[in-house]
Design a protein around this ligand. Sequence first.
Ligand code: GRF
Length: 199
Amino acid sequence: MPHPVVVLVSGTGSNLQALIDAAADPLYGVQVVAVGADRDGILGLERAERHCIPTFVCRVADHPDRSAWDAALATEIAAHEPDLVVSAGFMKILGERVLAAHTVVNTHPALLPAFPGAHAVADALAYGVRVTGCTAHLVDSGVDTGPILAQVAVPVEDGDTEESLHERIKSVERPMLVDVVGRLARHGHTLTDRKVTIP
Ligand code: GRF
């Protein structure tokens, strides 16, 4: 039986698409059982619908406060009984109820701990680094602070814009995420201090 995974998105969902495509192979061992979003009308939700994957939208604005939103999102996710939750371009900080109930993997477009936060690609470009990349990490209560699972470096080229650099990062981010999600789902993990081991 494939391992059930819920993917959370806020945008175009190309990382989601990579996971859906990988899951078409039974040997990958993962089934994307639902896709959740914090907003309507995004390509990520359309991609899920195209593949007949159930979707849900949980908007902060529809709840009295962040804690109520966290509880509602936790309920939506738990209904699909996932082994793993993947935050793939989900632009919200997850709350304590979601994190207490699930192992959550996030993908971030920089080499953490450099450039955390929502503007990582622009921040790296503005700083003038010559190498940046992407990081898959377990989510904790901080902003992009959780234990690191995988990282891939990419060069910054002269004349890069935020868009061109982000596309170069995403071209290595998708296979990184597919690899790490598959291994985590199939094998589980142990955590010692900040060191993650996937047996
Ligand atoms: C990824 O680069 C992710 O790291 C960042 O937003 C991007 C999402 O891309 N947080 P997509 O929606 O998967 O195409």
